[in-house]
Design a protein around this ligand. Structure first.
Ligand SMILES: Nc1ncnc2c1ncn2[C@@H]1O[C@H](COP(=O)(O)OP(=O)(O)OP(=O)(O)O)[C@@H](O)[C@H]1O
Length: 310
């Protein structure tokens, strides 16, 4: 086990930021920590890193109790914080060299690691630039290089793709996969469910300081009641027909979204066939009809009552 967090409680005066939070991370995982704004993700990460004092609970990293002075453990950890945290008065290369130098004493090895980190984030054309001359996406890449240059075995990435263009986003996501393939375990927080679905081997959903559920995206989707949604646009449908539609087997709810009717089904077979029969029997005309499997956002909505990006 690379990280083990048990019953973590953190209070800021009367506010409970972490409420008996639990998390376990195995070697080789890309673990996604997802939750709405203010649910406690950053507090959890900062507690694990021993950057914050907490009120109760246990934290082990690499099988050892984590303390502010656990330098042997910290050497094996890389952190890419939510806010770009680099020195404005150092160039790209000097920044990476500074952060790498905090953990790597050997001069030659440090030089090699800095070069490799620059290659990794593809900032070779910018090594003499100061951060303020870099675009948002390039700054994020520099932030990542500073966090990973010392080749840590465990990497925390806190929303690394916020406010970056699509090209830099793909670059960053591929980079995370690459780091994982090279042997790093990753803990990744994001607001972008599609990203989590793309790269995470397992996801923990947090809300109000608690870990609600954990599993692969497939496992999480299997936990919710909705198993299928059919989106249809009917011509001139009456409210009473929509009410009647609720008697189709396995229909659990019907929502209107503009012109679309979103018909939600719980587990069951032949949902589309049953709906088509209903359409025929009731002489309904439609311009759109397609089936969707539940998304992570549906899981989120059902578990927390709100979307991730509320
Ligand atoms: N230093 C602090 N003093 C008081 N309250 C704080 C402090 N830091 C965080 N909080 C509160 O603790 C709760 C958890 O905050 P935290 O930053 O951990 O959430 P988060 O999930 O990382 O949010 P986001 O997705 O917005 O970054 C929030 O209600 C926040 O307002």
């Amino acid at each position: 086990m690379i990280v083990k967090v048990k019953n973590l409680v953190k209070r800021y005066k009367e506010l409970i930021a972490l409420d008996h939070f639990n998390m376990e991370v195995e070697e080789g995982e890309i673990l996604g920590l997802l939750g709405p704004n203010g649910c406690g993700k950053t507090t959890a990460i900062n507690s694990i890193l021993s950057l914050l004092n907490f009120d109760k609970g246990e934290i082990e990293v690499f099988g050892k109790k984590m303390t502010p002075n656990s330098y042997d453990i910290k050497r094996k950890i890389g952190v890419v914080p939510q806010e770009v945290s680099v020195f404005e008065n150092l160039t790209v290369k000097e920044n990476i060299d500074y952060f790498c130098g905090l953990y790597v004493d050997d001069k030659n090895l440090r030089k090699q690691y800095v070069e490799e980190a620059i290659d990794f984030v593809d900032l070779n054309n910018y090594i003499k630039f100061y951060p303020k001359k870099l675009s948002g996406g390039l700054k994020r890449r520099l932030n990542i290089a500073c966090g990973i240059a010392h080749k840590p075995k465990l990497i925390f990435l806190d929303e690394p793709t916020v406010a970056v263009d699509a090209q830099s986003r793909n670059f960053i996501l591929n980079g995370i996969r690459e780091l994982n393939k090279e042997g790093s375990t990753i803990i990744y927080t994001t607001h972008y469910l599609e990203e989590a679905e793309m790269i995470c081997s397992r996801i923990i959903i947090m809300d109000k300081g608690k870990d609600l559920v954990s599993g692969t995206t497939e496992e999480l989707k299997a936990m919710i009641t909705t198993s299928e949604k059919i989106v249809a646009e009917f011509l001139n449908i009456q409210d009473e027909t929509i009410e009647k539609m609720k008697s189709i087997p396995h229909v659990i709810d019907i929502e209107k979204d503009g012109k679309d009717c979103i018909i939600k089904f719980e587990n069951g077979t032949n949902n589309l066939t049953n709906l088509l029969e209903f359409i025929k029997e009731n002489n309904l005309a439609y311009t759109k009809l397609h089936s969707q499997l539940p998304t992570l956002n549906d899981v989120f909505l059902e578990l927390t009552g709100k979307g991730l990006r509320d």
